[in-house]
Design a protein around this ligand. Structure first.
Ligand code: NAI
Length: 391
């Protein structure tokens, strides 16, 4: 089974992710069928893509010829039957299990037997979508990050029934699209959306406890931690409705493990319609003329904030390895290329010293007596044996 440039790629859903994925596939020479039920959405997608590509010409990153080629290779359609000749399909429609299942049932009857089908879902299990298939061995998760053409990471998630051959073939195709791939188990949040939870969750907890305000926590994570954005800026950008929903679904899917408990502060923001940048106000006020509070740039406080959030992130990264979701190398790659972390979390732990992180977790656990702060067994074992995550 080979997927190469001659493979016609079907992208289902012409929203944010579908448009970006279609751009990538076309850039690498594939004919792309970009399908959506909404003609209006297809027009919007075409316009948005042209605008993005024209900017590349203005910046001398691409020639007019190249971008004409990219646009010509994409066929925007509202007829699902146009996908009949596709050799590889990526679904990126609304995050709704019944919509996705119905689509795959139709697609499976339409395409040839050797077509590989995949979903870009962030929060549904691959197993649950695969139940729609007669041949689930040809279906898997292929999870891109937003914006798909810029973020290098793709998580490849085989389901319980996916054949090894299919995962390998898709990995090779993603390699040919210059993506960094990691193989993840079909568990809630896969790698990135699981390991990144404390970046938001622990920041919100610090805020709720009144240890610092949003600006100060953001300052600590950027200035002392080297993160490109602080957690509150990032949540405001993602939108609290979206971020809260992911947190809530990860929490439920982990059978209410307190490590993933959502925050009341964020829930209230959603209820009040303070969704972040898109609604003009979130933790920060984006309305014209409004001046936001300055951070308290106290180094001692900053270290306390940064160390606590980093320890929680590393503990979570260790858990992903401990539970065989992915290897230490893959977890680190995922966080660097999926969410632009300044360093792989486990490499960071090796550098800082694992006992420093374990001490930070143990101190939190003793202080709060909450299961949320339990140190991961692999972290404990490595400290005991003097081992590193990257041996
Ligand atoms: P979006 O809302 O921008 O686009 C969804 C598109 O699906 C819309 O154009 C809509 O018209 C279309 N659609 C709805 N029902 C359809 C159907 N039955 N047939 C064909 N098209 C249909 O959504 P977005 O953000 O692009 O997300 C799509 C998928 O990608 C979701 O599964 C989401 O979880 C996942 N994802 C989203 C990321 C993000 O940051 N937005 C990141 C990674 C994955």
């Amino acid at each position: 089974m080979i997927l190469d440039k001659s493979t016609i790629v079907g992208v289902i859903g012409a929203g944010t992710m579908g448009t970006g994925i279609a751009q990538i596939a076309s850039t690498y020479g594939h004919t792309v069928i970009l399908y959506d039920i909404s003609n209006e959405q297809l027009n919007q997608s075409k316009k948005a893509l042209s605008k993005i590509l024209e900017r590349q010409v203005e910046k001398n990153r691409m020639t007019q010829n190249e971008i004409d080629g990219i646009m010509e290779r994409i066929r925007f359609t509202s007829e699902l039957s146009d996908c009949a000749d596709c050799g590889f399909i990526i679904e990126a429609v609304v995050e709704d299990l019944s919509v996705k299942k119905e689509l795959f049932q139709k697609l499976e009857n339409l395409v040839s037997e050797d077509c590989i089908l995949s979903s870009n879902t962030s929060s549904l299990s691959i197993a649950s979508i695969s139940s729609a298939f007669e041949s689930p061995e040809r279906f898997l998760g292929v999870h891109f990050f937003n914006p798909a053409p810029l973020m290098k990471l793709v998580e490849i998630i085989p389901g319980i029934s996916t054949s090894n051959n299919v995962s390998q073939t898709v990995k090779e195709l993603m390699d040919s699209w210059q993506k960094v791939t990691v193989l993840a188990k079909d568990t809630p949040g896969f790698i990135v959306n699981r390991v990144a939870r404390p970046f938001y969750g622990e920041a919100l907890r610090l805020y709720e406890e009144g240890i610092a305000d949003a600006a100060t926590i953001d300052w600590a994570m950027k200035e002392l931690g080297g993160f490109k954005m602080g957690p509150f800026e990032l949540m405001d950008l993602i939108g609290h409705d979206v971020n809260y929903k992911v947190t809530e679904s990860v929490f439920k899917d982990f059978y209410y493990d307190p490590r993933f408990k959502p925050s009341f502060v964020q829930k209230r923001m959603v209820e009040a319609g303070r969704l972040g940048k898109k609604s003009g106000i979130g933790f920060y006020d984006y309305r014209e003329g409004v001046k936001n509070p300055e951070p308290v740039t106290d180094r001692k406080l900053g270290d306390k904030i940064f160390n606590r959030i980093l320890a929680m992130l590393i503990n979570e990264a260790a858990d992903a390895v401990f539970m065989n979701i992915a290897t230490a190398k893959e977890v680190d790659l995922a966080m660097v290329y999926g969410v632009n972390y300044p360093k792989g979390l486990l490499k960071w732990a090796d550098e800082i010293g694992l006992s420093f992180i374990l001490d930070a977790m143990s101190a939190l656990q003793i202080e709060y007596r909450e299961d949320r702060y339990r140190p991961n067994p692999l972290l404990k074992k490595n400290v005991r044996n003097g081992d590193l995550f990257h041996g």
